[in-house]
Design a protein around this ligand. Structure first.
Ligand code: HEM
Length: 475
């Protein structure tokens, strides 16, 4: 992971009043001080050269762009920025094309197949086996490999070309490296807005080709084994790619949809897991409370049995821990849409910033979930702190559009259920297997929450990884 390293997103936003919408693309955070801005509470109008845009952390406005005025907005330049790597898939489409993809993919996410969960289990076991004897390990790259492997499984099942027998958990594959680099390029293109074409040289073309060749190989295999007379393939299993093949055999369409899901599913969950472990280690009282919950429900120690799906779903403290992690570190921290016609947003205009605000056709509206999730008027005076208990007894039930880790509205995340389950299961297994998880002496992370080094690509990951020392339970 490379990308833009910064002390933290919030500081960058405060310093610049942010500018996450000006690029008329996705996650286009700029760091310019030459912007002309008019500030109205939580919504800002910005001008850069001839472009005007709106940035907002106002739930009402975000609800408008994502739901109540859905047709007034689209993805802006995202499809153009992402095209060389991702082509046309659910993540880059608008209008009828997007609707078609959503209808195609939605049933796959709904059918919560046990086979997927079994695969998550074996990938987590492999992760645990990667922890060295002395227990000192950076968990962040391991989480990235875990979610890469599980998302690939979701897409292709066991039928992957060129993966070694031990799976990609054993080594970073050429494809994984290329996909990482490709995403860095996409993030840079997003930040450059109309000038995205500056990024797109030989190396970018090379990584796109590696990714395309790999996915094309898996698609060809799936096409080869497809039997139209059966609703499962001839080996009895049924994967995302099989489902899409029932609607189209066009290899480019299949490649694009698969890459789009891989993009959506991998880094988001890996970042969630990284921040979860960092926050737990930084807050031993939360870690102990969580450990007690797991001990009392599914047991801990070398003899503890692998939890079943229904047990993982019924861990109330774990569920608010993950909720709180995604409040402080929403995997997609910055996002944007562009107006398809001249329209208004409910608030942010007029002398006191409470009147509707104009958005002209083509202008971008950026929204920063990261900053919104730290608003003290929404989450309390201790909003900057990690305190899962704030979610207890439905205390935040009225926060509505103020809490948005998975988006809402027609384009709400399709993988939410899968991601929550994968993250919860991984945490349970780690706490079952390891008696202690703590900071290392060499690389402690004592910075106050939010002030640590962060890396912003399409997601926000940790700039210092997640170095911990873990001790297994005695056998
Ligand atoms: C903690 C983990 C995750 C988080 C925080 C997350 C968050 C999000 C967000 C914010 C969006 C909206 C993006 C936009 O419209 O601009 C999104 C969309 C999406 N996510 Fe997730 N996601 C996670 C995991 C996953 C996983 C594991 C998958 C699939 C394997 C997935 C599949 C999708 C898809 C297909 C969309 C596009 C939906 C559409 O445009 O209709 N996500 N996700």
């Amino acid at each position: 992971m490379s990308g833009e390293s910064m002390n933290n997103l919030q500081q960058s936003m405060d310093a610049n009043h942010s500018s996450f919408g000006m690029q008329n693309g996705l996650w286009g955070l700029t760091c310019s001080s030459k912007l002309s801005m008019s500030q109205s509470g939580n919504t800002f109008e910005q001008k850069l050269l001839f472009a005007r845009g709106i940035d907002t952390i106002e739930p009402q406005n975000i609800e408008a762009i994502l739901s109540s005025q859905f047709s007034d907005f689209d993805l802006g330049l995202r499809p153009v920025h992402f095209d060389p790597l991702m082509g046309s898939g659910i993540f880059t489409q608008d209008g009828e094309q997007w609707q078609h993809s959503r209808e195609l993919l939605r049933p796959q996410f709904m059918s919560n197949r046990m086979e997927n969960f079994e695969q998550v289990k074996s990938a987590v076991d492999a992760l645990i086996d990667c922890v060295p004897e002395d227990g000192v390990v950076d968990l962040q790259p391991l989480f990235f490999r875990l979610t890469f492997e599980t998302t690939l499984f979701l897409l292709f099942g066991k039928h992957l070309p060129s993966l070694k027998s031990e799976g990609i958990t054993g080594r970073e594959s050429e494809f994984a490296d290329a996909f990482n680099r490709g995403q860095d390029y996409l993030a840079q293109r997003g930040r450059l807005g109309d000038f995205h074409w500056v990024i797109g040289g030989k190396d970018f073309r090379r990584v796109c080709k590696i990714c395309h060749d790999f996915v094309d190989g898996a698609v060809q295999k799936a096409l080869g084994r497809y039997d139209p007379s059966k609703s499962t393939d001839s080996t009895g299993s049924y994967t995302f790619v099989d489902a899409i093949i029932e609607k189209t055999r066009n290899p480019k369409v299949l490649r694009d949809q698969c890459l789009n899901i891989l993009l959506a599913g991998r880094d988001t969950t890996a970042c969630c897991l990284t921040w979860t472990l960092r926050l737990l280690v930084q807050h031993p009282e939360v870690l102990s409370k969580l450990r007690r919950e797991i001990e009392n429900s599914v047991g801990v120690g070398s003899e503890a049995s692998d939890p079943v799906l229904s047990q993982v779903k019924k861990l109330p403290y774990l569920s608010i821990v993950i909720k709180e992690v995604l409040r402080l570190y929403p995997s997609v921290p910055v996002n944007s849409r562009a107006a398809t016609k001249t329209t208004t947003l409910p608030t942010g205009g007029g002398p006191d910033g409470t009147a509707p605000i104009l958005v002209r056709k083509g202008e971008a509206v950026g929204y920063c979930v990261y900053a919104m999730h730290r608003r003290k008027d929404l989450f309390g005076s201790d909003a900057d702190y990690f305190r899962p208990e704030r979610w207890e007894n439905d205390a935040l039930k009225d926060v509505g559009w103020g809490y948005l880790p998975f988006n809402r509205g027609p384009r709400v995340c399709l993988g939410q259920q899968f991601a929550e389950l994968e993250a919860a299961y991984t945490v349970v297994r780690l706490l079952q297997k390891f008696e202690t998880i703590e900071m290392t002496e060499d690389k402690p992370f004592n910075m106050p929450v939010g002030q640590e080094k962060q890396v912003l690509t399409l997601v926000v990951s940790s700039g210092d990884g997640c170095w911990v020392k873990m001790k297994k339970f005695d056998v």
